[in-house]
Design a protein around this ligand. Structure first.
Ligand code: PEP
Ligand code: MG
Length: 587
């Protein structure tokens, strides 16, 4: 299907990671092949079968070529996935069933293969084993390659990215993103996704501008189109006129200047004008982000998301690997503290071909601590790695998605058992390692007064808390207008959590994306929060704002907000307050 060339067309999506850039589009079309369905005359059947088999052979040689070209040893260790795909291409079920479909039904190869996929899909659905169920996604990935060969379409392979490009895809899972040579990626545009989807978070933490939820990007953009991407305002211009390009580039220059100015705040202490010391920490997903966390002025790691250790691989990380990773983290942040969150797999972290089976509501399914409690060996291995690393620097353990007292008690029991094992083996660890709960489920926030007696600290995860409290899917672009951090319900929930923590005398931090917006930080400060963790790049801007306000005025502002009734009123009030107090500074 030839796509019409667009000229100077602006697409609007959600600004997921700031920055304005210009670059050529690199289209990842894997999931968007429209299949021709044709009946064929009996005489043509044998020729059609040959066509199908040729497409398979072609797919094999393409995969072998991709494999050979991977030179980077770090990427190479993930090459097993290509072997899995090669095995699928030899699968007799796949081949014979399709050949039979062509022969018996007298239909073209595309249709025949599609019918085979339907059949295999049905078989996959009944498989209990999660690992095997995931292979269904590999099957589809391979099938998309065969379809493309049949239809003579070009393969835009993620691993073949050359030169700085803007990756345009229907959807990208964190695993997809990590397979790319990220130094070649100037920006991301996706059809689906919201501001707090994990790909958006990853893009922000890597400082790669991104627009998500652009809905029709892959339909309107052709590979090679010139794009201007504005990750702040969520705009993508396809093949801009020279004048349009100049307007954006001028804005880019201004933004860069502003960024440079703001970076000066990185090294300054985060102290309010009335002398209250605020703790600013970084959310990171890879040890490689530590230098960025430090250079942006983080005093610790408030959230280390450990999921990436588990993605893009067939095996599981060993205890030794956990230990080495967390030790490197502890040592490089020392004397600062690093907060390691145990595996939070599930939800939108299994998008695309890493989708976790067939859960109807993955966000409310077998996710995070629930997964760890089921796969107890995986959980114990990680806990043991964290504990061992705690002998080398200050670490805290954070359990995600806690929804009840029983759950936190069970998680702590596992931890105690692992501690006992280490003691028996005389392996050193920090016996006082603080244990915290993510407060991101309404039941946890409502019972925060009870939960506070069970843990050493709280970390409020507003990304999920807002999703669950307002019943708004955090990655669904159609309801993103309802995703409202300043909803009166959210302010009341956070207020209760902070009060409960203060009452129990335990520290409370916020690590959701809300902590990265100066206007929200102001409100959170008024709600009594003094510890914020955010993507490193946001730290200087937040510091700048904190150094200009007093806690007293933030409290007065927040008190006023509690008298307002709607999110719109609250937002308008905060915006006006910010504009009067900091004219032109945090627009
Ligand atoms: C959150 O939910 O706010 C959070 C910080 O965790 P994640 O975004 O990884 O779910
Ligand atoms: Mg969360």
């Amino acid at each position: 299907m030839a796509i019409q060339q667009q000229v100077n067309k602006t697409l609007r999506g959600i600004g997921a990671s700031p920055g304005i850039i210009q670059g050529r589009a690199f289209l990842v079309e894997r999931y968007k092949v429209r299949l021709p369905q044709k009946r064929i005359p009996a005489l043509q059947v044998e020729e059609e079968i040959k066509r199908f088999l040729r497409a398979i052979e072609e797919a094999k040689s393409q995969l072998r070529e991709i494999k050979e070209k991977i030179l980077d040893p770090q990427v190479r260790q993930h090459a097993f996935i290509l072997d899995v795909h090669l095995m699928i291409l030899d699968d007799q079920m796949l081949i014979e069933n399709t050949v039979e479909n062509i022969r018996k039904r007298k239909i073209n190869s595309e249709w025949a293969l599609d019918l085979t996929l339907e059949k295999l899909d049905a078989a996959f659905k009944t498989i209990e084993d999660e690992y095997l169920r995931e292979r269904r996604n590999d099957l589809h990935y391979v099938a998309a390659r065969i379809f493309r060969n049949l239809m003579g379409k070009k393969h835009d392979d993620i691993t073949k990215i050359k030169g700085k490009v803007i990756v345009v895809a229907h959807d990208l899972s964190p695993a997809d993103t990590l397979q790319m040579q990220l130094n070649q990626v100037a920006g991301f545009v996706t059809d689906i996704g919201g501001k707090v989807s994990h790909t958006a978070i990853l893009a922000r933490s890597l400082g790669i501008p991104a627009v998500v939820g652009a809905e029709v990007a892959t339909s309107l953009i052709n590979g090679g189109d010139l794009l201007i991407l504005d990750g702040e305002n969520g705009e993508v211009v396809i093949n801009p006129t020279e004048q349009m390009a100049e307007t954006y580039l001028e804005r880019q220059r201004r933004v860069k200047l502003l960024e440079r100015e703001i970076l000066k705040y990185a090294a300054l202490p985060a102290v309010t004008r009335d002398g209250i010391r605020i703790h600013l920490q970084a959310n990171i997903e890879m040890v490689g982000e530590i230098p960025s966390a430090k250079s942006h002025g983080a005093e610790g790691i408030g959230l280390y998301r450990t999921e990436i250790l588990y993605l893009n691989r067939k095996d599981l990380p060993s205890e030794e690997e956990h230990y080495r990773t967390y030790r490197a983290l502890a040592e490089s942040i020392s004397p600062g503290v690093s907060t390691i969150r145990t595996l939070d797999i599930g939800g939108d972290k299994f998008l695309s071909h890493y989708s976790q089976g067939n859960e109807m509501n993955p966000a409310m399914g077998l996710r995070a601590i629930r997964f760890s409690m089921k796969e107890t060996d995986i959980f114990r291995t990680q806990l043991s790695g964290i504990l061992r690393a705690s002998a080398h620097g200050k670490l805290r353990i954070l359990f995600p998605m806690i929804s009840s007292i029983e759950e936190i008690r069970r998680a702590k029991t596992f931890l105690e058992e692992v501690k006992k094992d280490l003691l028996r083996s005389r392996i050193p660890f920090d016996r006082q390692i603080p244990v915290g709960a993510m407060i991101e489920i309404p039941s946890a926030s409502i019972t925060a007064d009870l939960l506070a007696r069970e843990v050493d600290f709280f970390s409020i995860g507003t990304n999920d808390l807002i999703q669950y409290a307002l019943a708004v899917d955090r990655i669904n672009e159609h309801v993103s207008y309802l995703y409202e951090p300043l909803h009166p319900a959210i302010l009341r929930i956070i207020h209760h959590v902070v009060q409960s923590a203060h009452h129990a005398g335990i520290p409370v931090a916020i690590c959701g994306e809300m902590a990265a917006e100066p206007a929200y930080v102001l409100v959170l400060l008024g709600l009594g929060l003094e510890e914020f963790s955010m993507n490193p790049i946001a730290i200087p801007k937040v510091k700048k704002m904190l150094r200009k306000v007093t806690v007293t005025e933030a409290k007065a502002l927040t008190e006023r907000l509690f008298q307002l009734t709607t999110a719109t009123e609250i937002k308008r009030y905060v915006r006006k307050w910010m504009a009067e107090r900091f004219p032109g500074e945090f627009d």
